[in-house]
Design a protein around this ligand. Structure first.
Ligand code: SF4
Length: 447
């Protein structure tokens, strides 16, 4: 990673982050790039010379959220005339210059493909007093980067693809993150090796649809990448997200079973709905039956696998019967975790034009029912962990109690345990003494 010459000169930057893991990862990258260029991280907006809002447009009223956050800095900007405020992320990408017209307090906007130019953008904004938007998308450029982390932790995210070509009818990502591009497999392997040499034990390979990863030099897809990361690096654990059921193929399931020691007993497989009619309207590319067939194959290959999913309720045209099919899917698959969302119309998407929109009140009721239904299932399922012993990787101390540590099983289950000694980064056997749906409590088993 090349450094610019002393651009930051000790200026302090504060970044607020909305949205998904991809955005959190982007924020970490921004901070890292800025630190390489002599900027410093501020711990609060009051302390900052530059405030960046890393926005998300997946959920409701994204522009409104950005505008209201900018508004909260009004008095700060009045007392500190040199303060610069910028918006990055998906809203920045979509709105571009329009945001500058809407928000007088705003100094700059940059898109999802301009993160690596952030130090130079800030230089133009701070040194040249430029008020502008940087939102060009390089659809055809090679996607190459080095994973940057400021402080090495037990786990690190490594992006393998960016953008998405799937155009699910509810999703704005193809419009905000552009066409899908994959990184070179060789670059990814050396990236992981570099992180491991700095103490990282677990990596999460990240992409909007990791299953469609395809090495631009023809070295293979996700299954080949996982195999190589497991066999050619010393990383202890490998996770990947987000999967798309239509691209979750047999070769991948085979690799998951073969390298279970590193790939673990966890698969997040977003179903979105249990009704084939709704899945078709969502443009998901699979039916309920095809989805279930993959689930059965995964369960057969990975004993005791922990499955989780994402569900959207109240998609246009969703009837009570369609919703009941979603509940029956939950029952049939026996997910341990379900992330439920209410459908909300997004700009540019196909579903925005669907006429049979579901009233907010019904969406609300369905979401409540979905979550309650899943809670009752999770309550029963979690007992399978009780009194069992698992190897856990210790991630760090709990934020609330310094004697309590947080670890994870290979099923991606969070385990809390008490310890007087710092065990961060260690993998150790743990007996589960209390099993609750969202957290297990454990005791270290003496070796
Ligand atoms: S796969 Fe569908 S939901 Fe996921 S990012 Fe692409 S368009 Fe959006």
């Amino acid at each position: 990673m090349e450094m610019s010459q002393n651009l930051g000169r000790g200026q302090k930057v504060y970044i607020t982050t909305y949205g998904c893991q991809m955005n959190e990862h982007d924020t970490e990258r921004m901070y890292s790039l800025l630190e390489l260029n002599k900027y410093l991280a501020a711990t609060s907006p009051e302390e900052a010379d530059i405030i960046i809002i890393n926005s998300c447009s997946v959920r409701e009223k994204p522009v409104h959220k950005v505008m209201s956050e900018i508004g909260t800095y009004k008095s700060l900007k009045e007392t500190k005339s040199q303060l610069k405020i910028g918006v990055g992320g998906c809203v920045g990408q979509m709105e571009g210059k329009k945001l500058l017209q809407k928000a007088r307090l705003l100094d700059f906007v940059f898109g999802t493909d301009s993160i690596d130019q952030l130090p130079q953008i800030l230089d133009s904004v701070v040194q040249e007093n430029k008020r502008d938007a940087w939102t060009r998308m390089g659809h055809r450029e090679t996607y190459s980067l080095e994973t940057l982390v400021r402080k090495t932790k037990v786990n690190a995210f490594v992006t393998i693809t960016k953008g998405c070509d799937n155009f699910c009818s509810f999703c704005v990502v193809p419009f905000t993150r552009g066409r899908e591009r994959s990184r070179l497999m060789s670059e990814l392997i050396s990236d992981v090796r570099g992180l491991v040499s700095r103490g990282v034990k677990e990596i999460t390979l990240l992409g909007q649809n990791v299953n469609s990863y395809k090495c631009p030099e023809g070295a293979g897809g996700l299954s080949e990448l996982l195999k190589r990361v497991c066999t050619e690096t010393d990383v202890e654990r490998v996770r990947f997200t987000t999967s798309h059921p239509k691209d979750f193929d047999d070769a991948l399931i085979e690799v998951l079973a073969k390298h279970i020691d590193k790939l673990g007993h966890y698969v997040h497989l977003p179903a979105q709905s249990g009704s084939s009619k709704i899945l078709e309207m969502m443009n998901r590319g699979y039916t309920r039956e095809a989805y279930l067939e993959k689930v059965h194959k995964i369960k057969a290959a990975i004993p005791n696998v922990n499955l989780s999913t994402d569900i959207i309720v109240g998609f246009p045209g969703e009837t009570d019967e369609d919703f009941e099919q979603t509940l029956s899917l939950l029952q049939e698959v026996e997910y341990e975790n379900v992330y439920g969302f209410m459908y909300s119309p997004r700009p540019f998407t196909k579903a925005l034009k669907y006429t049979e929109q579901v009233p907010e009140e019904i969406k609300n009721q369905r979401l409540q029912r979905l979550l309650e239904f899943q809670d009752s299932l999770s309550e029963k399922i979690v007992h399978k962990y009780d009194q069992k012993i698992f190897d856990v990787l210790v991630e760090g101390p709990s934020r609330h109690n310094k004697n309590v540590y947080i670890a994870r099983t290979s099923h991606n289950k969070v385990v809390h345990f008490e310890s007087d000694t710092d065990l961060v980064g260690k993998t150790l056997p743990m007996k589960i003494v209390r099993a609750q749906p969202f957290v297990l409590w454990g005791e270290v088993v003496s070796q």
